[in-house]
Write a protein that binds this ligand. Sequence first.
Ligand SMILES: Nc1ncnc2c1ncn2[C@@H]1O[C@H](COP(=O)(O)OP(=O)(O)OP(=O)(O)O)[C@@H](O)[C@H]1O
Length: 306
Amino acid sequence: MSTVLKVENLSHRYSSAWAIRDINFEISQPGVIGLLGSNGAGKSTTMNIICGVLNQTEGNVIINGINKSKDPRLAKKQLGFLPQTPPVYSDFTVQEFLTYAADLRFIETGKVKKAVAEVMDRTGITHFSSRLIRNLSGGYRQRVGIAQAIIHKPGIVVLDEPTNGLDPNQIIEARKLIREIAVDHTILLSSHVLSEINLLCRDIIMIEGGRMVFSDSMESFNNYLQPTTILVRMENPPSESELSKIPGVTKVQFITDRQCRIWFAENKPVNESIIAASIQHNWKLQEISLEKSVLDDVFKQLSRQS
Ligand SMILES: Nc1ncnc2c1ncn2[C@@H]1O[C@H](COP(=O)(O)OP(=O)(O)OP(=O)(O)O)[C@@H](O)[C@H]1O
């Protein structure tokens, strides 16, 4: 399948410091690709460059074979963008705003009406077509934001933290819509929340401190996450110091009277030793489960390796 987006040696320097250095990746088929990074990692800078809002200091962005620096207008035609704050005008109705967006995206005048109707249907906002955007809920405003990003049927859609600021129900709805759109679009979606990327994305690109530290399938990322702690619940638990004596245990912390979290040395889970000790001392084990690394630990591990 042909490459939809290629990012080559991308670096950007704001006045005082480098925000991103040497980012490289290639995306070639429909689906959602996650751009994961903590706050300040460089996600927005990368996305703003890809979408032509910012010019990179070094490197290339090639969209559907078109180099963004050489032919920005044609490159932009291949791309839809929803920035962190939806670029919607509160005093426009949904229909007026999308008609305006169609114009900005160079859709031929005779085809605008149909494009607006189609995209409202696709994003589930037809019933609000005459409503002022200022009177829409955050979730529907976000739908309008997504609609303007796909109205011209671009090859790639870039969504910068699209579920940020939405309530839990709106988040579920937004994810559903993103999955639907991903059936025939390639979506690059940023988030600082691993679980969000995990739920939505086929592949993951992770940046930290402006550098790319991981790029592979979500499946191999999940395999990479090693368990580092065990959550244990016992009806008759021993003291913290007694648990700490089990070989391999590095730290014990009680969360409630009967539940504790146990840390162990890297790659050496101590679950079997805990089960054996519980039987021996009648601690009455009720629950034991391995917990995978928290995102901060993953960032640290991957950053160290790069
Ligand atoms: N206009 C700017 N001028 C100077 N430095 C900037 C500017 N915009 C961003 N930066 C810096 O560049 C780095 C990357 O910022 P960026 O906004 O791309 O990160 P991010 O991963 O999108 O973070 P967030 O999730 O908080 O938006 C940060 O250190 C940030 O402080």
